[in-house]
Design a protein around this ligand. Structure first.
Ligand SMILES: [Zn+2]
Length: 134
């Protein structure tokens, strides 16, 4: 296929070599593209009706190459937290606020209580293809 196929990351599960397997062509109504690991045989397939192989190849390779962010991606002293506080985080902040006379004019303990109660960041979900697949 194109030079994009040369940019395939190794299999995310076993580190094996992936291969591209197109099915159909730009003149048929149905096109599929599978990336299959030669090691563990894990495979990822996308299909398109209205879009051509260039689009299909781009979204499938992007999906194959996408990896979950590692903890190493977050600098020391920082962590990922939800934009909207969870109920558990709100309860932790309210409990700290009840101790307010002990912390006059100090908001850091309230912030720290919220961070301590924050859930771990979820793994990113797969991106659905736009339009083409039906
Ligand atoms: Zn594999």
């Amino acid at each position: 296929m194109t030079e994009r196929a040369e940019r395939l990351e190794p299999c995310p599960f076993c580190g094996g070599e992936p291969e591209l397997r197109p099915q159909g062509n730009n003149h048929t109504r149905s096109r599929k593209l599978t990336i299959k690991c030669k090691g563990c045989r894990f495979q990822l397939t996308n299909a398109a009706i209205r879009h051509g192989f260039d689009w299909l190849e781009k979204i499938t390779i992007d999906a194959w190459n996408r990896r979950a962010p590692t903890e190493a991606g977050v600098p020391d002293g920082y962590r990922l937290v939800p934009v909207e506080p969870t109920q558990t985080m709100c309860q932790a902040m309210q409990e700290k606020l009840r101790e307010w006379p002990r912390y006059p004019f100090r908001v850091a303990p309230v912030y720290q209580a919220a961070l301590a109660a924050a859930p771990a960041a979820p793994k990113p979900t797969g991106q659905e293809p736009e339009g083409g697949a039906a």
